[in-house]
Ligand binder design. Sequence first.
Ligand code: TYD
Ligand code: MG
Length: 457
Amino acid sequence: MAKAKTCYTCSACGYETAKWVGRCPDCGAWNTMEEGISARAETTAPSKISPKQRPGSGASAALLKDIPEDTTLRIPTEISELDRVLGGGIVEGGLILIGGDPGIGKSTLLLQACACLARNGKRVLYISGEESARQIKLRATRLEVKDPIYVLAETALDAVEQKIRDLQPDVAVIDSIQTMYRPEMASAPGSVSQIRESTSLIMRLCKETGTSVFLVGHVTKDGAIAGPRMLEHMVDVVLYFEGDRQQDYRLLRAVKNRFGSVNELGVFRMTGKGMQIVENPSEELLSHRAKGTSGSAVFCGLEGSRPLLCDVQALTSTTYYGTPRRTVNGADAGRVALLLAVLEKRANQRTYNQDVYINVAGGLELSEPAADLALCVAVAGSLKEQAIAPEVAVMGEVGLAGEVRSIPQCERRIAECARLGFTTLIVPRVNARGLKVPEGVRIVGVDTVAQALSVIF
Ligand code: TYD
Ligand code: MG
């Protein structure tokens, strides 16, 4: 067989040259040329590739209304939190990329998903390029998995492709894309060109055979999936696993989903026997709350469409050096600085001689402006050394004039607070009008931060 023609492609703009150059002649980026197989060579010599290998070739265009609707396309994994993030299950022939830090539990969750699928009579193939079959067995024993899962320890992609074609599984897992390689390319496994070529091969395979594939992707130091940015465009679904390795919560988030909403969040906990779903995350996040101490406020955030209660903590202490210190964990430090200025100017809460520490319990990251008021109340509480009553929850966006602005989906947040026994809810006055209020809950609408503080303290 003739060796496939290689070329160098710019990973930033896609420009192709036959020889390696240090700087892309097209977009001017440095050191972005990666070795790959020429896309042009493939298109100019179509006769060498059998029609079977070229999905869709020879197909004629059809009217959308003539294409039959298929209702049985989704395969539920029966791990409810995973199904929720996937939008109801795995779509037949879908390619799903799961990224996350090493050791966060990608392999564990996927093996558990395989077990559930196999238990329901699906044919499942687990391909690992990182662990030997023995090591996978060891993990399966630990997870008490006894279901019939086919296992393959392999890194050469042509062998993987052959196995998938032979076995015709409903679902396959490839752990991980960075360990897979195409031998006809000279670059090392994990390089940009290898990842791109491997992914496009796997994608063609998915669409052709109808096998759904979970691809595990490693992440770089700053948290993006390693490899070309194109990787995320190529696949159908991109999921990210987040969470502190020191804490046992794991959040699974969809950042792209061609078959569902990206607003979903799955919550898991790593236990001695694998990943377990957390059905009631708000309750768990608040379970360690120290009631009766100053500097803590409960806020109901929204993770996508899912309400999550969290404990926002602040500690202020006198500064003994020149500049006061601000340490923020779980919120944006710039936003906190802004709120401290608003507190000082508009509500007479002075922190110029105070170190301020902010922490959001449970390892959550607050990114919504709706958390502003809770941050202000927590800081003021610590300054005043007064605890907030345990049945109070606070939400609202704060503007520079000290005004409390409206927040989205207030009713959903109120319902979650009420469910967990919070009976006094401080919300923006704009939101308080015309709300459906659960029984036994008192809603207090406020216009300004100062007003909120006078209601609470
Ligand atoms: P793993 O799934 O291998 O992570 P990834 O594939 O994302 O790199 O998870 C490894 C970690 O999970 C490891 O630190 C051990 C821990 N673990 C448990 O706590 N309980 C278990 O049942 C299993 C299988 C692993
Ligand atoms: Mg792994």
